[in-house]
Design a protein around this ligand. Structure first.
Ligand code: ASP
Ligand code: MG
Length: 421
C-alpha cells in the first residue's frame, strides 16, 4: 500500500477512539485473584467501547504495610534508598498480574514500572517529588493498540535510583499521568463508593458527596479522610484535572472532585473528619521571651519531625506552655528532642499525650458564614466534651479532644451541621 495512504488510514483509525482514560485501582481493588480478574473485565469493557486506557495499579491489598514490617524486622533503621527498592516491588507484582489477566480475556496489554515509562523524580527517597514525565513510551504503546498498565507510587531519579512517592502515591501517579497525557478523564477506583460526609463506619447516616472542590478535598484528606493522597489532589488542583472517585465493585457513579461546585449557595459544612493518628506534646514553663519557639521547632525540623498544630498563648506570669501535635509514629522522637531543648532553655516538664483525637469540620461555605466555630464548640460542650486545642483555616475548624470522645463527637457534629441522610 502507498505509504501516504497507509498513514492517512492509520491516523483515521487513531482519531476514531473515544478518548483517553486514566484509571487507578487501589490496593483493595486488586487484593486477590478474583478482584484482579474483575478489574481486568472492567478495563477490557472500556477498551471494547473504544477508549484508550492507561491503568495505574497499587500493590495488592496490604502488601506495602507488610513489606515495611518485614524491613523493620531486618533493620529498624533501614536505608531509605533500599526501602524504595523494596516497596516498589509491590506495584511491580500488580501490574504484571493485571496484564496477564487482561491477556487471558483476549485483549492487548503491556505493563511497565514507573522507571520504564520515564517518571523522573528528585532524590528524596520514600517521599520523592515528580520532576517530569516522558509520556512518549506510553503514547507509542497506546498507538499499537495496547492497554498500558503502569506501576503506581514509583519513579526513578536521573541517576537511575528507584524512588517512591509517599504512602498512597499511586493516586499521584494517576493524576500526573492524566495531566501529562492530556487524558479526557481520570478515575480513581477504590473500595468505597466515593467521598462521604464522614466515615460511614463511624456514622452510617453519612452521605456520598456528588461533587466536591479540590480545596475541600485537600483539607479533608489532610485532616484524616483516607480516600485519596493529599499530594495528588494538590497536583490535580494545580493543573485542573477533574477526578472521579468511585467503587471498583459497582458501576454507580461516585464523587467528582472539581474546581468549583455550581450551587446557588455553598453549604457551610460539607464534611466531618477524624484523625486518631496524632499525639500531643506540651512543653511547660517556657520563659516568655524571643527565641524560644525557634529553638524547639528548629530542632524538630532538623530531625525531620513534621509538626501539625501548634498552640501557645501569651503569658501573664512570664512563663507559658507550648503544645503541639505530631503523627504518632514520631511522638517518641519528638518527645526526646523536646526534653533536650527543655533542658537547654531551662523550661519545665514535657508531657506526651497519645490519647487524643482531632475532629474537624470542612466546608467552603465557612468563608461567608459567621458563628460556625461557636456552633461547633457549642455542640462539643453540650456533649461534655472538653476541647484541648483549636486550630482553623479558611475552610476548616479542628479541635483536639480526648480519644474516647472521638466517635461521639463526629456523630454529633455530623447531625447538628445537617449532614445526616
Ligand atoms: N502501595 C502504596 C501504599 O500503600 C501506594 C498506594 O497504595 O497508592 O502506600
Ligand atoms: Mg496501598
Amino acid at each position: 500500500m502507498d505509504i501516504n495512504l497507509w498513514n492517512i488510514l492509520f491516523e483515521e483509525k487513531q482519531t476514531m477512539h473515544k478518548g483517553l482514560i486514566v484509571q487507578k485501582y487501589g490496593g483493595s481493588s486488586v487484593a486477590n485473584v478474583e478482584r484482579i480478574q474483575k478489574v481486568a473485565q472492567r478495563v477490557v469493557g472500556y477498551s471494547k467501547k473504544g477508549y484508550q486506557l492507561v491503568i495505574v495499579v497499587s500493590a495488592l491489598g496490604d502488601t506495602t504495610d507488610e513489606l515495611i514490617e518485614l524491613a523493620d524486622k531486618i533493620n529498624p533503621n533501614p536505608s531509605q534508598r533500599e526501602m524504595d527498592m523494596l516497596l516498589s516491588t509491590g506495584e511491580q507484582i500488580s501490574v504484571a498480574l493485571l496484564a496477564m489477566a487482561i491477556h487471558k480475556l483476549g485483549a492487548r496489554a503491556i505493563s511497565f514500572t514507573g522507571s520504564q515509562v520515564g517518571i523522573i523524580t528528585d532524590t528524596s527517597h520514600t517521599q520523592a517529588r515528580i520532576i517530569k514525565i516522558d509520556g512518549n513510551k506510553i503514547k507509542e504503546e497506546l498507538k499499537k493498540g495496547n492497554i498500558v498498565i503502569v506501576a503506581g507510587f514509583q519513579g526513578v531519579t536521573l541517576n537511575q535510583d528507584i524512588t517512591t512517592l509517599g504512602r498512597g502515591g499511586s493516586d499521584l501517579t494517576a493524576v500526573a499521568l492524566a495531566k501529562e497525557l492530556k487524558a479526557d478523564a481520570c478515575e480513581i477506583y477504590t473500595d468505597v463508593e466515593g467521598i462521604y460526609t464522614t466515615d460511614p463506619r463511624i456514622e452510617p447516616r453519612a452521605r456520598k458527596i456528588k461533587e466536591i472542590t479540590y480545596d475541600e478535598m485537600l483539607e479533608m484528606a489532610s485532616l484524616g479522610a483516607q480516600v485519596m493522597q493529599a499530594r495528588s489532589i494538590e497536583v490535580a488542583k494545580k493543573f485542573d484535572v477533574p477526578l472521579h472517585v468511585r467503587s471498583s465493585f459497582s458501576d454507580k457513579s461516585g464523587t467528582m472532585i472539581i474546581k468549583e461546585v455550581k450551587k446557588m449557595e455553598d453549604v457551610v459544612v460539607n464534611g466531618v473528619t477524624l484523625n486518631k493518628n496524632e499525639a500531643k506534646i506540651t512543653l511547660c514553663g517556657v520563659l516568655d521571651k524571643p527565641g524560644v519557639a525557634v529553638k524547639l521547632f528548629k530542632n524538630l525540623a532538623d530531625a525531620g519531625v513534621s509538626v501539625d498544630m501548634i498552640v501557645q498563648n501569651v503569658s501573664h506570669t512570664r512563663s507559658t506552655d507550648i503544645s503541639f501535635t505530631i503523627v504518632k509514629p514520631e511522638s517518641a522522637k519528638a518527645a526526646r528532642i523536646t526534653k533536650m531543648v527543655a533542658g537547654k532553655i531551662g523550661a519545665g516538664e514535657v508531657l506526651l499525650d497519645e490519647d487524643i483525637a482531632q475532629v474537624s469540620i470542612v466546608g467552603v461555605g465557612m468563608k461567608s458564614h459567621r458563628g460556625v466555630a461557636a456552633k461547633m464548640f457549642g455542640i462539643l460542650a453540650d456533649n461534655k466534651i472538653n476541647i484541648e486545642m483549636i486550630s482553623t483555616s479558611d475552610i476548616s475548624i479542628s479541635c483536639i479532644i480526648k480519644k474516647k470522645n472521638a466517635e461521639i463527637a463526629v456523630r454529633k457534629l455530623h447531625k447538628e451541621f445537617g449532614l445526616n441522610k
